[in-house]
Write a protein that binds this ligand. Structure first.
Ligand code: DX5
Ligand code: ZN
Length: 255
């Protein structure tokens, strides 16, 4: 459904949008994520054309995407600004994709209710910003969302290990967060291996510099979710080919 359709059928689509904000709708979206082929590629909208988000979401759907990654930056925790809950709420009626939301914010607790209300499904924040993360992880889960903790490349894995029972996903940053298109930092794979050893069933996501080559190393180390921005939104617009190359790389890693 594009922007045009939304304007033409305003009433019907607003209704659909409200349905997509209910706990049942959220549970259904999260179910999709659970049953997705592993490892799952979650394109980061950070690299999409923000003037055409509805069309970009449709193009990702046609290309076989099952969920998207939303990078929220506050200009304080990271030296860049993107978008917040009001825009996410606007996008929610346009797609059934689970919204895997990565809060690069100094004070995620302050805005949590807004992100839940906007229709986010997975909500991940940074251990560097919230050193005592249990209350916030519990609030996220109590809202019916999946909770995640992320750690920057310099942060040791021991910073998140005490909280593994309280979360659904660990997001290992393989670049310093703030910008797309940076170079993958392979040393973070040690942390992935440690997490995988500690929790064979844990969803481990990696974010930053993922491309058809680095994806193989990440999957070999134990990653099960691959966030990719610039590798998906290529200038030729062939997102299906981009996803296929990432999946092919991932297969090499799991052999
Ligand atoms: C970086 C963001 C990433 C980013 C990845 O701060 O958290 O999600 O979009 O972009 P690429 O895949 O281009 O490194
Ligand atoms: Zn991200």
């Amino acid at each position: 459904m594009g922007l045009h359709t939304i304007r033409d059928e305003g009433g019907a689509n607003r209704l659909m949008g409200e349905e997509r904000l209910t706990p049942a709708a959220r549970a259904a979206r999260l179910e999709v994520l659970k049953h997705a082929a592993q490892p799952v590629v979650t394109p980061s909208l950070l690299s999409c054309d923000f003037a055409r988000v509805a069309e970009e979401l449709e193009a990702l759907k046609r290309a076989g995407t099952v969920a998207v990654h939303l990078d929220v930056m506050d200009g304080h925790f990271v030296p860049n600004l993107t978008f917040g809950a009001p825009l996410i709420k606007h996008w929610r009626p346009w797609t059934d994709f689970p919204f895997d939301t990565h809060l690069m914010m100094s004070d995620p607790a302050r805005y949590l209710d807004d992100f839940v209300g906007a229709g986010c499904d997975v909500i991940t924040f940074h251990i560097e910003a919230v050193p005592d993360p249990v209350p916030l992880l519990r609030r996220i889960r109590a809202a019916g969302c999946q909770a995640g903790l992320s750690l920057n490349p310099p942060t040791p894995v021991s910073a998140v290990v005490p909280f593994l029972d309280e979360l659904d996903v660990v997001l290992v940053m393989s670049v310093m967060p703030g910008f797309g298109g940076q170079t993958f930092e392979p040393s973070v794979l040690e942390k992935v291996r440690a997490l995988r050893a500690a929790r064979p069933e844990l969803r481990i996501s990696i974010d930053g510099g993922i491309n058809p080559t680095t994806v193989a190393e990440a999957v070999a180390a134990g990653v099960t979710q691959l966030v990719a921005g610039s590798a998906v939104f290529r200038t030729d617009g062939n997102y299906a080919a981009a996803l296929a190359e990432l999946v092919q790389g991932a297969r090499r890693g799991s052999e």
